[in-house]
Design a protein around this ligand. Structure first.
Ligand SMILES: N[C@@H](CCC[C@H](N)C(=O)O)C(=O)O
Length: 268
């Protein structure tokens, strides 16, 4: 199986082109490809499929030639991936599968339009939707948090200082209220205030990652709201770099790098 490998701020993905949309991957195959010791390694997998094979098309959106079949490293399906969709767009451009500087991508969260901005890619992610207050805990320590949906679920927890953030043990999934998040949740821990914050994340279906684009959008929306703002620009530092999140009255734009690092043939 031919593959490519890419990342956005260290959130890395195996990319598989299925031109005819006839080779769906089982969860176990995805997990084997994403395994960092016996596979290629990745936080997730992006299967590139013709969009007519997708059920995610929305007739009010611009036509998208390609559907991003996003899978977490454990093989589970997620609605959206903010770093993944930028990497997906870069792959489409580099492979000559699309042209132009505006690339609509069909996803399970609807059509997302990605634009080339200098060396970076910016994607219109749609608005954040605020849910209830909730909490996360690790080893008996508990932090209040805010539920936010970016198509996929997030729980944004504000911490006191950088030392507390740095000392978090994120090898295991933080505890959360399963009645609030019956489908699981991505948990972000944040320090600082808008317009510049820093976060770490434990991703549903993956573990701690170096970045989460949808998570950065959720974190920025919460940080702006904490500052009394409904709109604005917020930089979000993640372990793998920095993302720029612009919150407007109607949507959120996520901007950051997207890089293809390898192409090859997998024997698994
Ligand atoms: N890394 C992604 C989010 C991937 C999906 C997430 N793990 C979930 O299950 O919702 C991003 O950049 O947004």
């Amino acid at each position: 199986m031919d593959f490519a490998k890419g990342h956005g701020t260290g959130n890395d993905f195996v990319i598989v082109l299925d031109r005819a949309g006839t080779r769906p991957l089982e969860a176990a195959q995805v997990a084997a490809l994403c395994d960092r010791r016996s596979g290629l390694g990745g936080d997730g997998l992006l299967r590139v499929v013709p969009s007519e094979d997708s059920s995610a098309l929305d007739s009010s959106s611009p036509p998208a030639k390609w559907f991003m079949d996003y899978r977490n490293a454990d093989g589970s399906i997620a609605e959206m991936c903010g770093n993944g969709v930028r990497v997906f767009a870069r792959y489409l451009l580099e492979q000559g599968l699309v042209d132009g500087e505006e690339i609509p991508v069909a996803t399970r969260g609807g059509i997302k339009t990605v634009k080339v901005v200098g060396d970076e890619f910016s994607v219109d992610m749609g608005p954040a939707s605020f849910g209830p207050a909730s909490q996360a805990s690790i080893d008996g320590f508990e932090w209040p948090g805010q539920a936010v949906s970016m198509g996929n679920p997030h729980l944004v927890c504000q911490l006191g200082d950088a030392a507390e953030l740095d000392s978090l043990e994120l090898h295991h999934r933080p505890h959360y209220d399963e009645t609030v998040f019956p489908e699981g949740v991505n948990v972000e821990f944040v320090v600082g205030e808008a317009p510049h914050v820093r976060m770490r994340v434990h991703e549903r279906g993956v573990g701690e990652t170096h970045s989460c684009g949808t998570g950065a959008c959720a974190v920025a929306a919460v940080a702006l709201r904490r500052a009394g703002l409904d709109t604005g620009v917020c930089k979000v530092d993640v372990p793998g770099g920095t993302l720029t999140v612009t919150v407007t009255e109607s949507t959120i734009h996520l901007q950051g790098p997207a890089v293809i690092v390898a192409e090859g043939t997998a024997r698994i």
